[in-house]
Design a protein around this ligand. Structure first.
Ligand code: HEC
Ligand code: HEC
Length: 290
């Protein structure tokens, strides 16, 4: 038997333990980072209203029918299922879909998916959003295809649509305050208020005049203006009226908002921080009271 000197063993143990402890604390730090991304992604998921269109019976499983003048769109499954959802997507594929409206196969998405607003979201936010989606329950269920009339069922033509309807990307206005810019970002970006409150042209693009109301809302209803310089309705609301309506759903006249706005109240503004609601109210009020 060889005589073992305890000193070298201890030395070797330490040598072996140091990287082990290092790996452990590094993976704990990674797990915290991942946890933070998921928490941040959850809030981004809410302010972006993904649930309004992608959750019907099961979270993220799609199947929501969206009726438009071009036919009926049926939202796809975006749960992290590898076969039926987006579980196998890379980060890059997700960011490209959200920002450019292009599928991993390079096909154009229909603008019923409001990626023209999501295009304004920073990459870091989109990646946090993906981390949150990746942590949800995968649903192994296919969704039926859209029911669109010719020529609107031709994805190839959407390349032309994009050329005609891609506006300037959102940018902060250096002459405005931080809350104003946050409100402007939410309305034009993730919370996509512009998408329903702006009139559409014949091929479904948003018209340049801005949020002056839309005769043909997503549920066939009239969408009131959020830009009402004639002061015929919304233009008369004060900031508190706007905040209250977005948090509670009640207008200054005591009526509750309905139609497609009820999904926005439930899934988007109803889950916003007070600060974000105030930012939107500040921005909308200032648009109407220049
Ligand atoms: C107004 C309804 C609407 C909202 C809101 C919406 N989507 Fe969609 N989404 C759709 C429709 C419709 C499609 C299908 C588009 C197509 O087939 O061209 C789609 C497609 C997608 C796709 C592509 C899926 C695939 O299988 O190719 C992804 C990913 C996606 N949405 C993620 C999101 C996320 C994340 C959010 C929230 C930030 C969101 N969507 C919000 C309607 C919506
Ligand atoms: C899916 C379409 C849709 C989206 C997205 C949407 N709205 Fe609406 N909004 C409506 C409809 C429809 C009404 C009318 C509801 C009613 O009167 O019953 C409405 C009404 C309102 C009103 C009441 C205005 C008035 O004069 O009565 C306000 C305020 C409002 N929306 C703010 C917002 C804000 C802020 C956002 C973004 C966070 C937003 N909306 C996103 C469809 C939408």
């Amino acid at each position: 038997m060889t005589n073992i000197n305890p000193q070298p063993i201890k030395g070797r143990l330490v040598c072996w333990l140091v990287p082990f402890v290092f790996v452990l604390s590094a993976s704990a730090a990674l797990a915290t980072q991942e946890g933070e991304a998921v928490t941040s992604g959850e809030y981004i998921f809410h302010i972006s209203g993904c649930a309004s269109c992608h959750t019907k019976d099961q979270p993220l499983a799609g199947g929501v029918e969206l009726e438009t003048p071009f036919g009926t769109f049926i939202s796809p499954n975006i749960s992290p299922d590898n076969q039926f959802g987006i579980g196998s997507w890379t980060d890059d594929e997700f960011v490209t879909a959200m920002r450019e409206g292009l599928s991993p196969e390079g096909e154009h998405y229909f603008p019923a998916f409001p990626y023209t607003s999501y295009a304004n979201m920073p990459t870091a936010d989109l990646l946090d959003l993906k981390s949150y989606i990746d942590k949800q329950e995968p649903v192994s269920k296919a969704t039926p295809s859209h029911q669109l009339s010719f020529p609107f069922n031709q994805r190839g033509l959407l390349g032309i649509w994009k050329m005609l309807n891609t506006g300037q990307p959102w940018a902060a206005d250096a002459n405005q305050s931080k809350p104003w810019n946050r409100g402007s970002y939410l309305v034009n970006g993730p919370s996509h208020c512009v998408q329903c409150h702006t009139p559409r042209n014949l091929i479904g693009g948003m018209q340049g005049a801005g949020m002056i109301g839309n005769e043909d809302g997503p549920e066939g209803e009239k969408v009131p203006p959020l830009l009402d310089l004639n002061k015929s309705g919304f233009g008369l609301w004060n900031k508190e009226d706007i905040e209250f309506s977005l948090a509670i759903g009640m207008k200054p006249d005591g009526d509750f908002m309905g139609g497609s706005m009820s999904h926005v109240l439930e899934n988007t503004t109803g889950k916003m921080t007070e600060e974000d609601i105030q930012a939107i109210a500040h921005y909308l009020y200032s648009l109407n009271n220049p």
